[in-house]
Design a protein around this ligand. Structure first.
Ligand SMILES: [Zn+2]
Ligand SMILES: [Zn+2]
Length: 259
């Protein structure tokens, strides 16, 4: 069964298309489950700080209303889920949780783009300019995030590009994979990164994941409706994983799959 849990909307300011167009594209591509997981609002401590690549708190209600309406409208054609991709920023997470709890969304995925709280460590994780301290901090922070038990899957776990010692990299990623395995949180092989030739998916990371026996999921990380119909990239990524001995997890192994 084809499913995708990693889908954005125009509200994050760097994805395009109407919500309905994503649904139509998913149905056209034969997906049976489409999870929306747009970049969640954040509740930053410093007054006046906000980052442009995510929705604002004031847009959240509209997001919920729109996706829930589509869920009802298309219920005979596709299963739609309402989720969020969010950062784990220790100083901001409780407030986020409090804000979204009343909306009873279906799931959250972890998508960590910065270490610290973003405003204190303004270094995008895949830029490759940071050293060992950041890599260790990344591992520590996302492990803490996974331990909250809030996340259905972990998007681009290998976003932290590290140009230094391979031993250090593999050591840290082994720790991370062990935590995800212990908590049974699937790791996402990010097809957008693959397609755009980004530093992730990182083959070294996926060798570690294969060794650790992590549960894995393929994610389109769709920022446009047409991304959902890219079967070529899906087949290529599926093949890459197969060569490592990894089979993406079946949909019904997810807690969120239960009615
Ligand atoms: Zn995005
Ligand atoms: Zn994403």
């Amino acid at each position: 069964m084809l499913y995708n849990l990693h889908t954005h909307t125009y509200r994050c300011n760097h994805a395009k298309g109407e919500d309905r167009e994503y649904v139509e594209a998913a149905i056209g591509a034969g997906l049976e489950v489409l999870g929306f997981s747009d970049h969640s609002p954040q509740f930053f401590k410093p007054h006046g700080y906000y980052s442009h690549f995510r929705m604002r708190p004031g847009q959240f209600e509209d997001y919920v209303t729109s996706i829930r309406a589509l869920q009802r409208e298309y219920r005979d054609d596709i299963r739609i889920l309402l989720g969020l991709e969010t950062e784990y920023y220790p100083e901001c997470f409780d407030r986020l949780h409090e804000f979204i709890a009343p909306f009873e969304i279906d799931y959250m995925i972890l998508g960590q783009h910065f270490v610290g709280n973003e405003y204190d460590e303004e270094l995008y994780l895949d830029n490759g300019k940071y050293g060992e301290r950041y890599l260790r901090q990344y591992t520590k922070q996302v492990s803490e995030a996974l331990r909250t038990g809030e996340f259905t899957c972990f998007a681009h776990p290998d976003i932290a590009y590290f140009g230094g010692s391979r031993d250090v990299y593999e050591g840290e990623m082994s720790k991370l994979c062990a935590v995800a395995k212990q908590l049974d949180v699937p790791l996402e092989f990010n097809m957008l990164g693959y397609q755009n030739g980004r530093s992730y998916p990182d083959p070294a990371f996926w060798r570690v994941a294969a060794r650790t026996g992590n549960k894995t999921v393929l994610g389109f990380d769709a920022h446009s409706p047409k991304a959902l119909s890219n079967t070529d990239v899906y087949n290529e990524c599926h093949g890459k994983l197969a060569r490592l001995g990894i089979t993406p997890a079946a949909w019904d192994t997810f807690a969120v799959a239960k009615p």
